[in-house]
Ligand binder design. Structure first.
Ligand code: ITT
Length: 189
């Protein structure tokens, strides 16, 4: 059985990670870019819930969205739900500058996926703890990947490892596995 899912996002890097993880389950992914309002709130789940409802109201069916954020301890959780804005304005050099005199480099990446399939809603969240590096490293991936090292041992950043390996530990990889479990339980795959 083939499930066809539209991935609504402006970010092709996310779609590559979905395709890498979901292809073996016979899920066909179509990247669509339909603008929708992301509500201002402190919770990724709320952004996703409202986003699913807005897109459903626009007539979209069998689709998924993803709202992610990087929550840095030493910056009191910033950029968190403002991660896209901070990436566009400050970029990774700006975040590293903010972190210059901060010893606590711990951070958490979160990914909330929402899917709407045959009028059923699935919302799952994956979390990946790690460290903000002292400088950018690596050229793969996207967004904050060059300054985020998963785990607490200061290993390679997400930008230094291939997609399949990033998916093993990442917030999105974890959320995708939760999504797969839900899709199986509901017999969509
Ligand atoms: P959407 O259209 O799907 O919202 P976006 O890139 O604006 O795409 P988010 O708001 O979910 O996505 O992401 C917030 C920011 O965090 C954005 O700058 C992303 O590039 C970045 N980000 C999300 N997931 C990431 C990951 O796995 N690795 C590095 N950066 C990531």
């Amino acid at each position: 059985m083939t499930l066809h899912l539209k991935v609504v996002t402006s970010n092709p890097g996310k779609v590559r990670e979905y395709q890498a993880a979901l292809a073996e389950y016979g899920v066909e992914m179509e990247h669509v870019h339909v603008p929708y309002d992301e509500v201002q709130t402190s919770y990724l789940e709320e952004v996703v819930d409202k986003g699913l409802k807005a897109l459903y109201a626009q007539g979209l069916r069998n689709f998924m969205i993803d709202d992610s954020g990087l929550f840095i301890n030493g910056l009191k959780g910033f950029p968190g739900v403002w991660s896209a804005y901070a990436q566009k304005t400050l970029g990774n050099p700006g975040i590293l500058k903010l972190m210059e005199n901060i010893k606590d480099r711990a951070a958490v990446f979160k990914c909330c996926i929402g899917a709407c399939i045959s009028d059923q809603t699935i919302i799952v969240t994956g979390v990946c703890p790690g460290l903000i590096t002292q400088k950018e490293a690596g050229t793969d991936g996207f967004g904050y990947d060059p300054i985020f090292s998963p785990g607490m041992d200061g290993g390679p950043t997400f930008a230094m490892i291939p997609i399949a390996e990033k998916n093993q530990y990442s917030h999105r990889g974890i959320a995708i596995r939760m999504l797969i479990d839900e899709l199986k339980a509901r017999k969509f795959i």
